[in-house]
Design a protein around this ligand. Structure first.
Ligand code: PMP
Ligand code: GLN
Length: 383
């Protein structure tokens, strides 16, 4: 049937898919879509095989395998000092994407306003639109993509139901501080409003800083959904196992959506991750140093280039200013980069409502030395 109105008229194929496809077609080095080119830890893969062979192949409990929820709560307490009730506050989801979607649909009603900070991850706005919300976008402040609290205060009003925040931030790598969360609490506390904090890069905070998550702020604890992804923690983006931590009444509502969105998440993966978290609880702690070394390698390789590299405090992304190279808009520049120079990157405009105001593109440095070196050659040759 043709001619019926789309529920998401502005949505096409995501820029990540488009760029990965272009990279494959042209044989370019893919520093676009965010995924590591190394595997999850060997022991974790062994555990998956073991559980596949041990008959753990039927439905897991709807909210998540209790052993995994317990292990997540132990990690949250050990790594961040967050007291979390595994039975009432944790829901295991099909990646962070499902947790984000379920949280939005659990709390946002038709006609509510959802506030996003641009540039932001591409799944938030369509999820809010499908919930019938009006999306209000507040640009982050250049050059460091920090929150412009004056503009944010101006966007939050009586209809605001949800603010979506992301730290460490994709695509900039910026991280929030405890003081930022206090200011967010000041804005939300007087209202009937919630916060959805996307913390999928929680393990990837560099230079000795500590992750400041929403769950550390007692004023926000009762109105916060915090979302995480084992895809990032274990270099396993293809597994799509994530989780949401939220106060019991919020978790109860989130589970109502999760129950009918996926019902339950891959059982053998959950068994394996639960075992691995118990066997090697410190693995996640080592990821920051590992990725910081990747970042520093990439920075050193590109130092002589004409790109200006912005400081990245977290994530596995590096922003690069190309204004000394080209006056093209970012989407066109990325097309040229992949087709003429053989390197795929991600433009920032698809993370925003309007074309992005600065000449910035995003590289993913979650790659081994050989890949980074293969990308550096053509990038250095651009004069
Ligand atoms: N949020 C952000 C900021 C991301 O970068 C990603 C994907 N990399 C996700 C959510 C989705 O995570 P997942 O793959 O676990 O669904
Ligand atoms: N989160 C990944 C990124 O930012 C992409 C995920 C996806 O392809 N949907 O690159």
């Amino acid at each position: 049937m043709e001619g019926f109105p789309s529920k998401l008229p502005g949505v096409g194929t995501t820029i990540f898919t488009v760029m990965s496809r272009l990279a494959a077609e042209t044989g370019a080095v893919n520093l676009g879509q965010g995924f590591p080119d190394f595997d999850p830890p060997v022991r974790l893969r062994e555990l998956v095989s073991a559980h596949l062979g041990a008959g753990h192949n039927q439905y897991a409990p709807m909210a998540g395998l209790p052993a995994l929820c317990d292990a997540i709560a132990e990690q949250a307490a050990r790594r961040h000092g967050w007291p979390v009730d595994p039975a009432a506050e944790i829901t295991v989801t099909a990646g962070a994407t499902e947790a984000l979607f379920a949280a939005i649909h659990a709390i946002v009603r038709a006609g509510d306003e959802v506030v996003l900070l641009d540039p932001c991850y591409d799944s938030y706005a369509p999820a809010a639109a499908l919930a019938g919300a009006k999306v209000r976008r507040v640009p982050l402040a250049l050059p460091d993509l920090s929150i412009d609290f004056e503009r944010l205060a101006g966007a939050i009003g009586p209809r605001t139901r949800l603010l979506v925040v992301n730290t460490p931030h994709n695509p900039s790598g910026a991280v929030l501080s405890a003081a930022d969360w206090e200011r967010i609490a000041d804005l939300l506390e007087p209202r009937d409003a919630f916060v959805l904090s996307d913390e999928v890069y929680e393990c990837l905070v560099f230079d000795g800083r500590r992750h400041a998550g929403v769950l550390s702020n007692p004023r926000l604890r009762e109105r916060a959904f915090a979302v995480f992804s084992f895809g990032k923690t274990f270099n396993a983006t293809g597994w799509k196992v994530g989780y949401c931590i939220a106060a019991p009444p919020l978790t109860a509502e989130l589970r109502k959506v999760h129950q009918f969105l996926t019902f339950a998440v891959s059982a053998p993966m959950q068994y394996a991750i639960a075992d691995f978290l118990r066997e090697q609880p410190a693995f996640a702690d080592g990821q920051a140093a590992f990725y910081q070394a990747r970042r520093d390698r990439f920075l050193a390789l590109l130092a002589p280039s004409r790109f200006r590299l912005l400081p990245a405090a977290g994530t596995y992304f590096q922003l690069a200013d190309y204004s000394a190279i080209s006056g093209l808009p970012d989407v066109e520049f990325c097309e040229q980069l992949v087709r003429q120079h053989g390197v795929a990157a991600i433009p920032l405009s698809p993370f925003c409502d309007e074309p992005f105001r600065a000449r910035l593109i995003r590289f993913c440095f979650a790659k081994d030395d050989a890949t980074l070196e293969r990308a550096a050659g053509p990038l250095l040759a651009i004069r």
